[in-house]
Design a protein around this ligand. Sequence first.
Ligand SMILES: Nc1nc2c([nH]c(=O)n2[C@H]2C[C@H](O)[C@@H](COP(=O)(O)OP(=O)(O)OP(=O)(O)O)O2)c(=O)[nH]1
Length: 135
Amino acid sequence: MKKIEVVAAIIYFGNEILCVQRPKNKLSYISEKFEFPGGKIEKGETKEEALKRELIEELNFIPTKIEDLFLTVVHKYPDFELTMHSFVCYAETKDINLNEHISCEWLTLNDLIKLDWAEADIPIVNRLVQNGQKV
Ligand SMILES: Nc1nc2c([nH]c(=O)n2[C@H]2C[C@H](O)[C@@H](COP(=O)(O)OP(=O)(O)OP(=O)(O)O)O2)c(=O)[nH]1
């Protein structure tokens, strides 16, 4: 099975997190699903370099800070196996451009589960919510 390796950014502005909606796609399981911005790691790139490049390409956005790895998810979709490395980042503004996505929402932790996420994102969403519930 084809394997792809992707980086994704969990971008906080205050206590809100940026969620972006993918466009229509022939693969129904990712079509119009919500995700964290990011994309495939290119040859020779570090994960952080890939993340910065993708955020500029997709959102014209430069994070003020990128934290260490949050969670790596390995998920088998019907057509490929996805390895996705997620990183918490911080924004000082909500001023982003949607160059590839069809909509976005800035949501607090408890609202994240209301969206129709790509399946691979569910473990990340769950971990974020669980961490938020720790005292
Ligand atoms: N960026 C990102 N991709 C995700 C998430 N969840 C998820 O299943 N994916 C899947 C959807 C895609 O099949 C793949 C990411 O590939 P992509 O096509 O967006 O990457 P890319 O920007 O490098 O695209 P391209 O150059 O190949 O057009 O990972 C997520 O939260 N963020």
